[in-house]
Ligand binder design. Structure first.
Ligand SMILES: O=C(O)CCC(=O)C(=O)O
Length: 275
């Protein structure tokens, strides 16, 4: 059992995140990395740009991660026992590429209301200050949604380059994770990450997000999978789980889901970015 302890719950309540949490062994984490890299080698652009979303729909192993009981126990401690998987994102930063994530709040453009949801960031490689781990503005989740500039700037791994102004970067907390550990963060905590200055990739497989069954999608349409409990609200269409790697039909479903997601992320925007 890995329900959160009272100290961990307090950290989440006070700071807007809880980290680190041990989930996978080294061997299992290597297997997951190999699966991601196998997909990249079989279909080179499948996980690029907007393809980085919802890889759990085409890989049984990534699907298994999203339904992992240790992760779900921790998530249950925060959002209750009825849990839906509402999408995943691969945040990959390759060495020598200029990828960074501007400081933002996840809840700003994602359309999930109320905020009974949480994002699980699973480290598939080590994630540290050298390779551009996430950095959190502790306590910022207690304020409402903040104004974001839409920069659409080069290298920014966010859709609109959405950026909160005046973040005290020197005061932000780096979430240092070993491969196989995860962090959980709140929908309104302000966070971002710097460039990868190491010689290896930095890979985060991010369940973005686990939502309570009472959460609606107010900007468009998300399909979900039941991860735990019962869905007494039935707000979202249910989607199947992959039985084999890169199945033709699953690839089509992923494409359709990512198309719907683009409609959500760019709702009301006159411009589109590359994610
Ligand atoms: O992986 C990163 O550096 C940022 C990820 C992020 O913003 C998120 O998971 O909400």
């Amino acid at each position: 059992m890995s329900y959160l302890s009272s100290n961990q719950l307090k950290q989440y309540e006070d700071e807007g995140f809880v980290s680190p949490i041990n989930i996978f062994s080294d061997a299992k984490t290597k297997k997951i990395r190999n699966e991601i890299e196998l997909i990249e080698s079989r279909i080179p652009d499948e996980l690029e740009k907007s393809g980085r979303y919802n890889a759990h729909l085409i890989s049984p192993l990534l699907d298994e991660v999203t339904h992992n009981s240790k992760i779900l126990d921790a998530v249950e401690s925060l959002i209750g026992k009825n849990i839906l998987v509402c999408g995943t994102t691969l945040f990959i930063k390759n060495p020598n590429e200029k990828g960074f994530v501007s400081y933002h709040q996840d809840a700003k453009y994602i359309g999930l209301e109320p905020h009974n949801w949480v994002t699980a960031w699973v480290a598939i490689t080590d994630s540290n200050e050298k390779n551009g781990c996430m950095r959190m503005w502790s306590g910022s989740h207690k304020d409402n949604l903040k104004e974001h500039d839409q920069k659409f700037n080069e290298g920014n791994l966010l859709t609109r380059g959405q950026t909160v102004k005046n973040v005290p970067k020197e005061k932000t907390t780096p979430l240092i994770l070993n491969a196989g550990q995860m962090s959980l963060h709140h929908p309104t905590v302000v966070h971002g990450s710097d460039l990868n200055k190491s010689n290896d990739r930095r890979i985060g497989f991010v369940i973005q997000s686990y939502i309570g069954t009472n959460v609606k999608q107010i900007l468009g349409k998300n399909s979900v999978q039941l991860a735990r409990g019962v869905d007494e609200f039935d707000f979202h269409e249910k989607i199947g789980r992959p039985k084999s790697l890169l199945n033709e039909n699953d690839l089509k479903i992923k494409k359709r889901e990512n198309h719907n997601l683009q409609d959500i992320f760019y709702k009301g925007s006159s411009k589109k970015g590359s994610y």
